[in-house]
Design a protein around this ligand. Structure first.
Ligand code: NAI
Ligand code: UGA
Length: 442
């Protein structure tokens, strides 16, 4: 089948590569000329494991092309995906400027029956909005089309795996013809298809992200209680998750959820609820807990180190999760800002996200992609992202290089007994501190 995907970001590029891998003919279109030039030069503008290989293989096979001529790309295919950003507006709701812009372009370019599929995460009612914008821009031409909602559930860092082995495809459509076409498009993925109306499909996406965010804030709240009562949240999560009704995933306590979606989509869901006169208090609490978690972590660092003012603090990991260079709403941002405002000198390590981090955090931080160099001569080491390089770091060498053997772990990577044996001052999330008395000497 011939598919055009408008918006060549994390979602558009990954879907383009995966559709092509399954045998479809795909054009990825974007108004960002620089991005398209890079892709046509064989460079991948984002860091996502396995993406470069998949893109190159499918370009060579002639199934994947890139273009900045969005109108021509619309005309060349029967199925048009919208995969542009829907960032948070200052008032919390999803900003639909880019989606509206694409709908306008589609309206101006339609040249025959097309199925327009919304893959971006959009509030309920956007399907109808897109349809109306397309109609307004047909300029009197005869062109038939249907709008479909097909939300995305991939995660950054494992995007290719998630897309190639998708657990479900949610398809919201009013037209039987359009439903059938998008069903066929997904046939090679051999997945469960959820057929529903557009409004339900749009809501499934927000409900999914809000539920996952709720699990994280729940376990973070529990971890804060564990710290006060001497319980261990890692053991607790294990015990809790063995109940198959609860499940063991998304119960890792930490420094709060970040990324381009949970923070914005929980806010957007609050706006959707308010617009229909409903106060979604549960999700409001999820957001509050998440905003407090990084600050709670800085307070912990301050206590263990004995005030960070004038101290050199090594921060390991900047990206909001491993295997991505995405810094959008990364918890490292409020944590580092708070450390600096309390007078700390921050030295930060990340294997891939430094360039992105500089754009949001700025130049008040000493950046390095060399982990051991980062910890050299620091008063304490703080873990923010569970990169494999951090999980497997040489603890003896880290201890040797630090001024004091203080490790404060926002991701609960290390075993408590092991850290005790290695004589680290070790604090983590929702677990008892190890050798914390030693901080008194700092
Ligand atoms: N990043 C993720 O992991 C996931 C994102 N989503 C949703 O998917 C959507 C896209 O997200 P990302 O891929 O992260 O965004 P992104 O910001 O990485 O990419 C969006 C792309 O759209 C392009 N664009 C904007 N206006 C355009 C126009 N008029 N014509 C052509 N191209 C245009 C931009 O230049 C940019 O390259 C969002 O709604 C997001 O919530 C859903 C699931 C996962
Ligand atoms: O709509 C989206 O954009 C996507 O949002 C998330 O994917 P993503 O943000 O890429 O990453 P996650 O693995 O979900 O992690 C999000 C944040 O939660 C944190 N997290 C995750 C799991 C956990 O147990 N604890 C925890 O603190 C991570 O560290 C990270 O900061 C969802 O998992 C995807 O299904 C969804 O498609």
């Amino acid at each position: 089948m011939k598919v055009t995907i408008i918006g060549t970001g994390y979602v558009g590029l990954v879907n383009g590569a995966c559709f092509a891998e399954k045998g479809h003919h795909v054009i990825c279109a974007d108004i960002n000329q620089n991005k398209i030039d890079q892709l046509n030069d064989g460079q991948i503008p984002i860091y996502e494991p396995g993406l470069a290989e998949l893109v190159h293989a499918n370009r060579q096979a002639g199934r994947l092309n890139f273009s900045s001529d969005v109108e021509a790309a619309v005309q060349a295919s029967d199925i048009i995906y919208i995969a542009v950003g829907t960032p948070m507006s200052p008032t919390g709701e999803a900003d639909l400027t880019y989606v509206d812009g694409v709908a306008e372009t589609i309206g101006k370019s339609l040249n025959g029956y097309k199925v327009v599929v919304n893959k971006s995460t959009v509030p309920v009612g956007t399907g109808k909005r897109v349809e109306s914008i397309i109609r307004q821009h047909l300029g009197g031409r005869e062109a038939s089309f249907d709008v479909v909602s097909n939300p995305e559930f991939l995660r950054e860092g494992t995007a290719i795996k998630d897309c190639m082995n998708m657990e479900r495809a949610v398809i919201g459509a009013e037209s039987k013809q359009a439903m059938q076409l998008i069903r066929e498009l997904h046939e090679p993925f051999n997945t469960i298809i959820v057929e529903t109306n557009i409004e339900t499909a749009e809501m499934i996406k927000y409900a999914s992200n809000a539920f996952l965010a709720m699990k994280i804030s729940f376990i973070n709240d529990i971890s804060n209680i564990c710290e006060r009562v001497g319980a261990n949240v890692v053991d607790l999560s294990y015990g809790l998750g063995l109940d198959s009704r609860i499940g063991n995933k998304f119960l890792d306590a930490g420094i709060g959820f970040g990324g381009s979606c949970f923070p914005k989509d929980t806010e957007a869901l609050i706006s959707i609820s308010k617009n229909v006169g409903y106060e979604f208090k549960l999700i409001e609490s999820v957001i509050t807990t998440n905003k407090n978690q990084p600050i709670h972590f800085v307070q912990k660092i301050d206590t263990i180190v004995g005030s960070v003012a004038g101290k050199k603090i090594a921060v390991l990991g900047l990206a909001f999760k491993p295997e991505t260079d995405d810094m959008r709403s990364a918890p490292s941002i409020p944590i580092i800002r708070e450390l600096i405002s309390r007078g700390a000198e921050v030295h930060a390590y990340d294997p891939v996200a430094i360039e992105q981090a500089k754009l949001v955090i700025g130049t008040d931080v000493v950046y390095s992609d060399d982990l051991l160099q980062t910890v050299d001569g620091c008063d304490a080491c703080v873990i923010l992202t569970e990169w494999p390089q951090v999980v497997k770091m040489d603890l003896d060498e880290v201890k040797k290089r630090l001024k004091q053997p203080i490790l404060i772990d926002g991701r609960n990577i290390f075993d408590l007994a092991e850290m005790e044996k290695r004589q680290f001052v070790y604090a983590s999330i929702g677990r008892p501190d190890i050798n914390a008395y030693a901080s008194q000497i700092g």
